[in-house]
Design a protein around this ligand. Structure first.
Ligand code: PBG
Length: 332
């Protein structure tokens, strides 16, 4: 034994200081993007039943939540809106209305919290009478017509003051179209966070409850990716990179760490992971039952994204994880 053990790997695990010293990955509140759900109305802070501890806010209630996020060091937010039924149609035009809820929210937040990096979801599902991310004709989601609508939607967000758009629709060519529209309109500093490898996942259910955006017919498999494919995810990321995306995203997170790793090996733009609603709800539900420890599972899931090669994490745990980091590393 004495002779064989030239190296004792447990030395690097001996105590917290050593473990911190040799840690290959770390988390910081700056890594997180916090999703924000906004709804019509006044005085509303509604808990999403399938996402315990996560809320939809009316615009007049948002500032307190943003203050809390800022106080734990979060500096980036991603906004989603829940539309009224009578604002939904099959044109996507309302999505680009300068006085729509999204555009009003952008203007409000940019005024009340100008220091936040403000990102917006770009896809038609909250505005679609069919609950799909694109325009539907004869039961099919039409790519190029949808891209035209998405470009208008993205421009309206940037015009209202958003810093970044995050196209989540998975239409072909939308990153190039949005980039070129930004160039033509002089928005040279507007960022594009592309949902590059977005899978047709069972894990979006709680989010669709939150925004009332479940597909009215069929599923999203003609645009979101097939979970059986990994190299196709790399292809999508390479396309988005060449079309001008500033950050490439993989979604969901935990079931797709291989895709994160593969993309991080061949792409040079920063990689983000979206830890989606179902991932949040699974950890919440199991911990509520007392079967796992919420804080430990949360932190372990978040560090797995870093280990796989992502540097940015969109997560419903953003506030809680940041608080946990501050509590455990007070000098952060
Ligand atoms: C809209 C969109 C979805 C999510 C982000 N943007 C839902 C979907 O594609 O059906 C999912 C986020 C989550 O589950 O947390 N296109």
């Amino acid at each position: 034994m004495k002779d064989i053990l030239k190296q004792r790997l447990r030395i690097n695990r001996a105590n917290p200081s050593t473990r911190n010293l040799v840690a290959e990955n770390t988390l910081h509140p700056h890594d997180f993007i916090a999703p924000i759900f906004i709804t019509h109305g006044k005085g509303l802070k509604e808990e999403i039943i399938s996402m315990p501890g996560y809320y939809r806010y009316s615009l007049d209630m948002i500032d307190d939540e943003l203050n809390q996020l800022a106080s734990v060091g979060i500096q980036s937010i991603l906004i989603f809106v829940k539309e009224k039924e009578n604002n939904k149609d099959n044109t996507g035009e309302y999505a680009a209305d300068p006085n729509g809820l999204m555009q009003l929210s952008i203007r409000h937040i940019k005024k009340s919290h100008p220091h936040f990096l403000l990102m917006t979801d770009v896809a038609l599902d909250p505005y679609s009478s069919f609950g799909h991310d694109g325009i539907v004709i004869d039961g099919k989601i039409i790519n190029d017509l949808t891209v035209n609508a998405l470009v208008k939607m993205a421009l309206s967000h940037i015009k209202a003051g958003a810093d970044w758009v995050a196209p989540s629709d998975m239409m072909d060519g939308r990153v190039a179209a949005i980039r070129s529209a930004f160039n033509d309109s002089g928005y040279h500093s507007a960022g594009i966070l592309a949902y590059s490898a977005k899978y047709a996942s069972s894990l979006y259910g709680p989010f669709r409850d939150a925004l009332d955006s479940a597909p009215g017919f069929g599923d999203k498999k003609t645009y979101q990716m097939d979970p059986r494919n990994g190299s196709e995810g790399v292809k999508e990321a390479l396309f988005d990179e060449s079309e001008g995306a500033d950050i490439l995203m993989v979604k969901p997170g935990i079931f797709y760490l291989d895709v994160v790793q593969d993309i991080s090996k061949v792409c040079t733009r920063p990689i983000a992971v979206y830890q989606v609603s179902g991932e949040y709800s699974m950890i919440k539900a199991a911990s509520e039952k007392g079967w796992i420890n919420e804080h430990e599972a949360m932190m372990e899931s978040l560090i797995s994204f870093k280990r796989a090669g992502a540097s940015i994490i969109i997560t419903y745990f953003a506030k809680k994880a940041s608080q946990h980091l501050i509590d455990n590393y007070p000098k952060i």
